[in-house]
Design a protein around this ligand. Structure first.
Ligand code: SAH
Length: 273
């Protein structure tokens, strides 16, 4: 059989968010080269005889270099294997899918891309935050805070606006610097923001705050992402999910209203909810 590479998005974590197509392709894989973030429940869906290999990369940590992953994909597919390159979220959103596409094209390897639910979308659904909302946000900006993605001159002023929802992937834990960067980019310090840790997984945690108060936010377990913008004010605060109020999970849950009312008046909708 002719070898082929599938760049497959596995979604944000919940195995039920795999697409039907991703599941079908995973079940027929000879070999799965997967990211660090892919959970055991999803990997267990590969056939028993398939070879699973973690090529997980974290910026700044030891991992398989991208060039090596590219050449693995080419070599394995050239030997006739059905190769699944399984990535968290969507393969083309901060997933280096672009580099793998280039390598496969230049080696003339057949490949197919299977989209996945990107983390921003998974986190939005899990926290009931509408990423765009007719009244407050007409654009969605996906950013990364990670230095290995940062080009010289990468200026958030061109990207961030009060009418846009900004989702920051790989936000890291230097919340003071992130807060400063957002304010320098033009956001008011009372702009609401939400940290979502391990979105869509059973251990998901959510912390609501504001850009100005971000430096005091807890360091929730990775992976996390940060949703910034007026839409975060419209999250469901009714404790449908755990809202962490401090450094430990044992502390009592605190509603969105409690956090934001320290800063400003809430819209009527929140108070009557
Ligand atoms: N291709 C992926 C993103 C890879 S970059 C996608 O489309 O989602 C890895 C970053 O994604 C993490 O540092 C984190 O910011 C975010 N991320 C991935 N899964 C997540 C999850 N379950 N909860 C919160 N953030 C997540």
């Amino acid at each position: 059989m002719k070898g082929k590479v599938y760049l497959v998005g596995a979604g944000p974590g919940d195995p039920e968010l795999l697409t039907v197509k991703a599941l079908r392709i995973l079940k027929a894989a000879d070999i799965v080269l997967h990211d660090e973030l892919i959970g055991p429940e999803i990997l267990a869906l590969a056939p028993p005889g398939a070879f699973l290999h973690n090529v997980g990369k974290r910026c700044g940590q030891k991992s398989t270099p991208q060039e090596q992953i590219n050449s693995l994909l080419v070599t394995l597919a050239s030997s006739g294997l059905q190769v699944v390159r399984l990535k968290g979220g969507d393969p083309l959103v901060f997933g280096r899918g672009g580099e793998e596409i280039e390598a496969l094209r230049s080696a003339k390897i057949e490949f197919e891309i299977v989209p996945g639910v990107t983390a921003a979308v998974g986190a939005a659904a899990a926290t009931q935050i509408s990423l765009t909302h007719r009244r407050v946000s007409s654009a969605l900006v996906l950013l990364t805070n990670q230095h290995c993605h940062e080009k010289a001159g990468d200026d958030w002023r061109q990207l961030v606006s009060s009418r846009a929802t900004v989702v920051i992937y790989m936000p890291g834990y230097n919340y003071e610097a992130t807060s400063r960067r957002l304010v320098e980019a033009g956001l008011k310090s009372d702009t609401p923001c939400t940290i979502v840790s391990r979105a869509t997984l059973p251990e998901q945690q959510v912390y609501h705050t504001t850009v100005g108060n971000l430096p005091g936010a807890p360091q929730l377990p990775a992976p996390t992402l940060l949703v910034v913008g007026e839409v975060a004010r419209l999250a469901d605060a009714a404790n449908h999910f755990e809202v962490v109020s401090g450094l430990t999970r044992q502390q009592p849950s605190v509603s969105l209203a409690t956090h934001l009312s320290q800063e400003q008046d809430l819209p009527d909708r929140e108070q009557s909810a």
